[in-house]
Ligand binder design. Structure first.
Ligand code: MG
Length: 390
């Protein structure tokens, strides 16, 4: 089977086509049964970092409850939304899915609080960016293949994983960093994955926020996006139980935004008329978009969540604890590398020999970033609780 029979024949000309891929860092024979991008997706699913996402969280710490999103369910929801859009716009579904499933691989334990804490710890040593770490995971840290380090993914997939990057770091990344310096765009598949990420978390954080009793319906009705769908559902089904009303409302919110996403992006494509993925990259702005009205409503929801969920005192207590755990882990390991398991210690020692203190710190950050929420808590106990087994 070749790339065409693997589903690429129906793609738009501006989609990512495997035959025109900029390739992998280490050249490999073409896959026999899959397209290049399907192979990327499959490697991501089989990685250690992907399995760890089960026990990593965004807002709610993993042990708080079984029904909250974890990073793995979040990544699957992002992929679901993005694939719908990719198929509708005739761009590469397998590549879109691969980027979505990989987009959070470099996230620390404890969500954004963990990322901020590790970035603070790394301030004097080059900082910590989770997007850059996701790339580091797929390029360097995964150890699965005899022939190359990492997963050896295609350029297009790596381009999509690296959503943001400082210009300083971009200079170190060669071809992949160029777009941040030249202010170019990634392919449409990456743009779709990026916007799908925001749509997924804004909507599922409403659901999780209600479940955690941080949000109530009266407050949520201040948000236009929610109110419009909620009122329609409540009017249509006056006797429906609250849980089904909420889920039906969120389902309709996602549907409304995704349809707007498809129609608005199609309109942009009709106007810009890209003929190849290079035209998409060279376009002055991203082509994947929401309409002005929908974007404004979406931002209103985001601001509401920031105020009512992410800054809720219960969440702040949790994130303060999380920051402290990561800071204390970093300090202890950085001061004495021999407290880390031998493999990680050896990597830090090696990196220190090559790059000095920044290398030593990067080795510690790699170890901590790879931890799940519960593993970080356990490691913290082992180091700081006198009665805990080590
Ligand atoms: Mg995400």
């Amino acid at each position: 089977m070749n790339d065409v029979s693997a589903g690429e024949a129906i793609l738009a000309p501006f989609a990512a086509h495997a035959a025109q891929s900029r390739g992998r860092r280490y050249p490999e024979p073409k896959p026999e049964l899959r397209s290049e991008f399907q192979r990327d997706r499959d490697r991501i699913i089989h990685s250690n970092a992907f399995r760890r996402l089960v026990y990593k969280t965004q807002v709610f710490v993993n042990h708080e409850g079984d029904l909250y999103r974890t990073r793995v369910t979040h990544s699957i929801e992002v992929a679901q939304i993005a694939r719908s859009v990719a198929v509708a716009l005739k761009v590469n579904e397998a590549l879109t899915e691969a980027i979505c499933l990989a987009h959070d691989l470099g996230h620390t334990p404890f969500g954004h609080a963990g990322q901020d804490a590790l970035n603070d710890c790394m301030r004097d040593y080059g900082g910590f960016e989770h997007n850059l770490q996701s790339l580091r995971v797929v390029d360097e840290l995964e150890e699965r293949y005899a022939e190359f380090p990492g997963l050896n993914l295609t350029f297009e997939c790596r381009e999509g994983i690296l959503k943001h990057c400082s210009v300083h770091n971009a200079r170190e990344l060669g071809e992949l960093g160029e777009r941040f310096i030249k202010r170019r765009q990634p392919g449409l598949e990456a743009q779709i994955a990026n916007l799908a990420d925001e749509i997924a978390y804004n909507n599922h954080d409403v659901d999780d926020g209600i479940r955690a009793q941080l949000l109530d319906l009266a407050a949520l009705r201040e948000v236009r996006l929610f109110r419009r769908q909620y009122d329609a559902v409540a009017a249509q089904y006056p006797d429906l139980g609250e849980r089904r009303v909420i889920h039906e409302t969120i389902r309709r919110m996602i549907n409304y935004i995704v349809l707007d996403f498809i129609h608005s992006t199609q309109a942009q494509l009709n106007a810009a008329r890209p003929r190849t993925i290079e035209d998409v990259r060279a376009n002055p702005k991203t082509l994947a978009t929401l309409s002005d009205g929908c974007r404004e409503e979406h931002l209103e929801l985001k601001a509401f969540l920031r105020e009512h969920v992410y800054r809720h005192y219960k969440v702040l207590r949790m994130t303060t604890k999380a920051r402290r755990v990561l800071q204390e882990l970093f300090e202890a390991f950085f001061k004495d590398l021999s407290l880390m398991p031998p493999e990680h210690r050896a990597q830090s020692v090696q990196a220190e020999a090559a790059q000095g203190a920044a290398g030593r710190a990067r080795g510690v950050a790699d170890y901590i970033a790879g931890m799940t929420d519960r593993y970080a808590i356990l490691e913290h106990r082992r180091l700081f609780e006198p009665g805990e087994r080590t």
